[in-house]
Ligand binder design. Structure first.
Ligand SMILES: NC(=O)c1ccc[n+]([C@@H]2O[C@H](COP(=O)([O-])OP(=O)(O)OC[C@H]3O[C@@H](n4cnc5c(N)ncnc54)[C@H](OP(=O)(O)O)[C@@H]3O)[C@@H](O)[C@H]2O)c1
Length: 230
């Protein structure tokens, strides 16, 4: 678990999601987690496609510092449009909306929430990406909006890690692939291919994070701790 033996404070964004809710549950049950704040679009109105919403949510927490921030926000389907099978399925607007949440939205989270990360000692900021965002691992094609927005997210995570390391050499900022998890996001697309339940996923991710050091900051890791190709 992160911060083994020490107490820590945590913030979960996307706490209404399958994995976000499981992470919230795991942190509530964690004896070291002395303070937990959760945020989501459905419960708190934080829409990552709207910068004012992100700014307002962060400003309500101004002065609070977190040792661990987890961003579990992401979209595969956009307003009912599923992932593309080929370029004939591309719709420019839909693709822009995927980028608005998965890439620009994650960048806004860094803009407004990174200042809330503890800068005086160990601190972790983990963002859920997806293995299909890996360019090196792409052998099947398709799912262009999701893949490309997650690839962009990975670059954003890397930039955030570089910037934060200059302020706090003990920070760890990473992108994580959670596995194929049974949640609303995968319901129509991953039947029979699940690698874990959301609760097990949260436990796996916490144990991966517990083993990461500042040298790993800026990396992309899967639920077993293996580095994922860019
Ligand atoms: N499940 C998997 O197998 C899998 C695999 C690889 C990567 N991932 C990644 O893991 C993350 C979580 O996935 P999940 O399976 O837990 O999905 P999920 O159950 O569909 O949850 C998605 C979360 O994203 C939030 N969200 C969506 N659009 C938003 C927006 N515009 N502004 C703010 N919040 C928004 C939802 O909030 P509301 O419900 O409150 O609107 C919800 O909290 C995603 O980034 C996904 O790409 C999942």
């Amino acid at each position: 678990m992160p911060f083994a033996g020490a107490s820590f404070s945590a913030l979960v964004l996307g706490a209404s999601g399958g994995i976000g809710a499981a992470m919230t549950g795991a942190l509530r049950a964690h004896e070291g987690c002395e303070k937990l704040v959760t945020l989501s679009r459905s419960n708190d109105g934080i829409d990552l496609a709207n910068e004012d919403c992100v700014a307002a949510a962060a400003s309500r927490l101004s002065g609070v510092k977190f040792d661990f921030i987890f961003n579990g926000v992401g979209v595969l389907e956009v307003d009912g449009a599923g992932p593309e099978k080929s370029f004939g399925d591309i719709d420019g607007e839909t693709m822009m909306r995927a980028f608005a949440v998965n890439a620009a939205g994650a960048a806004l989270v860094f803009k407004y929430f990174l200042p809330l990360l503890n800068r005086d000692g160990p601190a972790i900021f983990a963002t859920l990406s997806a293995r299909v965002g890996s360019i090196g691992d792409n052998r099947l094609g398709g799912w262009m909006s999701y893949r490309a927005s997650k690839a962009a997210l990975n670059q954003i995570v890397r930039c955030a890690a570089i910037e934060e390391t200059r302020r706090n050499k003990e920070s760890v900022i990473v992108a994580l692939h959670p596995g194929t998890i049974e949640t609303p996001l995968t319901q129509k697309y991953a039947k029979g291919r699940y690698t874990a339940e959301p609760q097990e996923c949260a436990t796996n991710l916490l144990s991966v994070l517990a083993d990461l050091t500042p040298q790993h900051s800026g990396g992309f890791f899967d639920y077993s701790g293996k580095e994922v190709a860019w």
